[in-house]
Design a protein around this ligand. Sequence first.
Ligand code: DAT
Ligand code: MG
Length: 149
Amino acid sequence: MERTFAMIKPDGVQRGLAGEIIARYERKGLRIVGMKIMQVTEEIANAHYAEHVGKPFFKGLVEYITAAPVVALVLEGANAVAEVRKMNGATNPANADMGTIRGDYAQEVGRNIVHGSDSVESAEREIAIYFKPEELLSYDYLPNKWLYE
Ligand code: DAT
Ligand code: MG
């Protein structure tokens, strides 16, 4: 089993789409291992998006992500990293396929509603930024019996 970090960004929460987005991840068979609504501080944003420091969109990205609460999620499943990236769709919603979260719900790259880690290594790094180890729960998830052979 693999874990990934996902986030419903401020626009998703403000537009009342958190429940719908969480439901999509659940229906795919991803187990919710950690979840909270929280305010992202500038310090957290800088750590999360360290790879983008200095890029022209960085300031706007930090303003966006710190503007209002987000829902932070740790999701678990076989290939959770790639599955969440596929479900989220292309970074720029204008290029995202219909049927993906960004394709269905978003318009612009600067308001692309969700985040998903791009690799297992990124997931581990991002999970550690947003969650304490004791906030991640291991428990029997009965659907796994029918999700996996
Ligand atoms: P992703 O969120 O798909 O992993 P990323 O890591 O390349 O994409 O970029 C992180 C976020 O930064 C992305 O969700 C939206 C913003 N962003 C990326 N490229 C951008 C651009 N060219 N203009 C404006 N915002 C951008
Ligand atoms: Mg990324």
